[in-house]
Design a protein around this ligand. Structure first.
Ligand SMILES: NC(=O)C1=CN([C@@H]2O[C@H](COP(=O)(O)OP(=O)(O)OC[C@H]3O[C@@H](n4cnc5c(N)ncnc54)[C@H](O)[C@@H]3O)[C@@H](O)[C@H]2O)C=CC1
Ligand SMILES: O=C([O-])CC(=O)C(=O)O
Length: 264
């Protein structure tokens, strides 16, 4: 397949590196308006840099948003309306009902699909099955080291560079509030919400924890299916510790799956 990415940050570069010498080629990147290409020899060969969907030359089989909410909102509609499927990691963007509706409408008009990457979490399959019965409650707790909450509203209530006596909760509320307030940290909460009982019923707790070095995600759910507890300790990406490596890996998994006849 030929792929085009939105964004040229941590996840995008991981995808480009992992797919080099594979049967799939990243042919184009839609970069942010402020992006300046580094010296030519550091850029992958044959990689087009575009400012918008309309600037991309050649046929693209799948578009992949690795840019975050802003990138999805800026380019998603054009891509979907033109009939291209779009895989995205920016799941929290769907917490804004107007963004959800605009993307959905564009996909309807283009007869295209929006594919949500599982990102830095698992157990979404359990929630998707469980919700077809009665799913009574779903709680998600996200814990990251203090530095991984930099640039988020945690900065307003905690001194992230200071001394911590122990774990500090800086958010408690619904998945909708979490996803909208923490666009770079709570996509996982949005994935849990969309897979289970929705943005307004899923309860979220976000914690800065100085005793951990990994990003830890926990889900507790209960319903007609029974009960489940899920916990994952994700290694952070060296170039962006708030992003877990598994999120980037899930993009590769989704791309590979997209091309396969056997889907699971
Ligand atoms: N679903 C999940 O589990 C996860 C989702 N994410 C989402 O993925 C996003 C990207 O993560 P990273 O690669 O680590 O971030 P990053 O900050 O390293 O890279 C983001 C890139 O997107 C670019 N960008 C921003 N706005 C753009 C626009 N309008 N058009 C084109 N490019 C644009 C930025 O310039 C930057 O190069 C996060 O902001 C977060 O929203 C991150 C981790 C987990
Ligand atoms: O990568 C992670 O661990 C989770 C994350 O940033 C998000 O959910 O946006």
């Amino acid at each position: 397949m030929k792929l085009a990415l939105i964004g040229y940050g941590t996840i995008a570069n991981y995808v480009i590196e992992q797919l080099a010498n594979s049967e799939h080629q990243v042919a184009a990147v839609i970069a942010s308006p402020s992006f300046k290409a580094p010296d030519g020899d550091r850029l992958p060969q044959d990689l087009q840099f575009a400012r918008a969907f309309a600037d991309i030359e050649g046929t693209i089989d799948l578009f992949v948003d690795c840019a975050g909410h802003g990138g999805l909102m800026a380019h998603g509609e054009d891509i979907l309306r033109a009939g291209h499927d779009l895989l995205t990691v920016s799941i929290g963007a769907f917490a804004d009902q107007s963004v959800h509706d605009r993307l959905y409408q564009a996909a309807n008009e283009g007869d295209s699909n929006i594919i949500l990457a599982s990102g830095a979490i698992g157990a979404l399959d359990i929630l998707r099955s469980a919700r077809t019965g009665t799913l009574k409650s779903v709680c998600y707790k996200g814990r990251k080291p203090p530095k991984s909450w930099k640039g988020s509203p945690a900065e307003n209530v905690l001194d992230l560079d200071g001394e911590f006596e122990g774990p500090q909760q800086h958010f408690r509320g619904t998945a909708r509030e979490a996803a909208l307030q923490y666009p770079k940290n709570a996509n996982v909460a949005a994935a849990v919400a969309l897979s289970g009982i929705g943005f307004d019923e899923t309860m979220v707790e976000l914690v800065a924890d100085p005793s951990i070095e990994r990003n830890i995600h926990e889900i507790e759910a209960e319903g007609a299916f029974g009960k489940c507890k899920f916990e994952i300790e994700c290694n952070p990406m060296p170039s962006n510790p708030r992003t877990s490596a598994l999120a980037a890996m899930s993009v590769i998994a989704n791309i590979t799956q997209y091309a396969e006849r056997l889907k699971f």
